[in-house]
Ligand binder design. Sequence first.
Ligand SMILES: *[C@@H]1O[C@H](CO)[C@@H](O)[C@H](O)[C@H]1NC(C)=O
Length: 339
Amino acid sequence: MFFSLQTIALVASTGLLATQGASALAVEERSTSLCNQPNYGASGVPWKSNSTPGSFCSSKKPSNNRFWNQIPYADSYDKVKCSGSSRNRYNVCGSGNKRTNLPKKCNPPHKFPWGYKAPTTSSAAPAKTSAVASSAAAPAQSSAATSSASSAAGAVSSAAASSASSAAASDASSAAASPAVSSAAAVSADPSPVAASSAAASPSASAVIDPLSYPVCETTYQVQYQNYTRVAANGVWMGLTMGAATQDASYMTYTLSTSVDDCLAACDKIEGCVFVNTYYDVNEEENYLPKHTDGVLTCAMFSQCVSTDKNDNWGGQDDPNTIVNSNGYCKSSACGAPA
Ligand SMILES: *[C@@H]1O[C@H](CO)[C@@H](O)[C@H](O)[C@H]1NC(C)=O
């Protein structure tokens, strides 16, 4: 025992062997890492029945069967490259993946601003009233009040809303006069005053709140949609309302997990990954396969935040499967991701 400690100390003090050992290990790591395999080890795309995931990114596999044994645990994906001299080339080694913009025509879930009261009748004009009330009651909340008011007036960018503080009223009125609207805030609000006021009066008042200002976040991702469903246009489930998952050219890889946060943590370690679509790919007849195992989420990763226009995998197309609880998560500065 004493002798071997001495030996280690000797090797460490020369530095030479230790350095050689470390660099050999780094080379080994790089050649076998998931980051050096096409689609990070995944075979094919998750919307095809013959595909297989690249990894399992939660801590414990739900089974030891031969199918599960073939799937590696997540290594650190592109983070293994961060020990090399070219680490500066990778965002993922520094501040992490940059956010992208939410897709157009996207109305993600959001919280209500402080002091906001959801309308109870369809005849009132509640958004405007509560904006006035909250700004009168709490001057410190004036940017929130501005955002409510201007969203109700036809949706302006959150940047415009947050830059307005003491000049809140004039900014809000100029925004109301201007037909120019910003990206995500414009979602369902029509810039015309008539449509805007009817939107404000609608019981689904969520449409008048700027989702970028009051996002629902999951780690550093903005929840873009939850439990997405649509009517299947073809396949076994044609005409039925089914869960639907993303199919898009910006696909990078897919992994399996037992939690959404594990999926998002995996995306954080894949250079350029900014969007994750999580869902259960249910096929009871083949639930011995990892991707169909009960309670196991598919985490499909993309290099762009993909609009629900592309959620056209509703199952039953090349496989009698169903897509359950399809959620979208977009890397967002609104949730603390690097801008
Ligand atoms: C998801 O949507 C389906 C269909 O509308 C519904 O039956 C189900 O209860 C929803 N699931 C959750 C978790 O909200």
